[in-house]
Ligand binder design. Structure first.
Ligand code: C5P
Length: 220
């Protein structure tokens, strides 16, 4: 398969910045699958669907039209033609996304879209199940981790505009989300067979990007 780089890992591991950086360095496309689960969750909340009710979520999983742009310099995400790149980052969506993404009908729908976008390859894809379920045949698979402290601090920085987002609150919410994402039945977060684990705790962003670029070049 032409180059597909699967970048999986828990929240705050630095996947997004690293994935975009790798895509820009290598001239590849970029897909943020987390944004697609967030877009689905945003739509459910907007439409009053009770997100903890798996059957109710499954019944509406086909309804929103979700489109992802793949330019790493300017990733876009729309739902029914509306740009939702801001609203999908709110705490309301962040705290509801694990419930929605655990519903098999949601995963089936979004994995199909993701495979269409991956198409013939030439792309960096970030998520939780890229190496295990979406593109298990990807030639380069990375499992990116970082200590809980570093991950919570990074997330809190992302949410700096939100007054409720202290490091303590963020860390508790993040631990809950990681627990739900790792223990769900449908495609839980897990290191894929053949994935290279990179611990970004003591690394700069450039060092993480370099490490992944090196793996990609080894594959050539
Ligand atoms: O990466 P991000 O934190 O934006 O992902 C948001 C949520 O989407 C995750 O917590 C997880 O519940 C879900 N997700 C998933 N599978 C993926 C990507 C994200 O279940 N491939």
């Amino acid at each position: 398969m032409p180059l597909v780089i699967a970048m999986d890992g828990p929240s705050g591991s630095g996947k997004s910045s690293a994935s975009k950086g790798v895509a820009r360095t290598l001239g590849l496309r970029y897909l943020d699958t987390g944004a697609m689960y967030r877009a689905m969750t945003w739509w459910m909340l907007e439409n009053g669907v009770p997100v903890e009710d798996g059957a109710a979520v499954a019944a509406r999983a086909q309804d929103p039209v979700i489109e992802s742009g793949t330019d790493p310099a300017a990733p876009t995400i729309t739902v029914d033609g509306t740009d939702v790149s801001g609203p999908i980052r709110t705490r309301a969506v962040t705290n509801a996304v694990s419930a929605v993404s655990s519903v098999p009908a949601v995963r089936a729908r979004l994995v199909e879209l993701q495979r269409e976008i991956i198409g013939a390859g030439g792309i960096v894809v970030e998520g939780r199940d890229i190496g295990t379920a979406v593109a298990p045949e990807a030639p380069v698979k990375v499992f990116l981790t970082a200590s809980a402290e570093v991950r919570a601090a990074r997330r809190a920085k992302d949410l700096a505009a939100d007054p409720g987002a202290s490091v303590t609150v963020t860390r508790a919410e993040q631990e809950r989300r990681d627990r739900l994402d790792s223990t769900r039945t449908a495609s839980p977060l897990a290191k894929a067979a053949g994935a290279h684990e990179i611990d970004s705790t003591g690394l700069s962003l450039d060092e993480v990007i370099e490490a992944v670029v090196r793996l990609a070049k080894e594959h050539e």
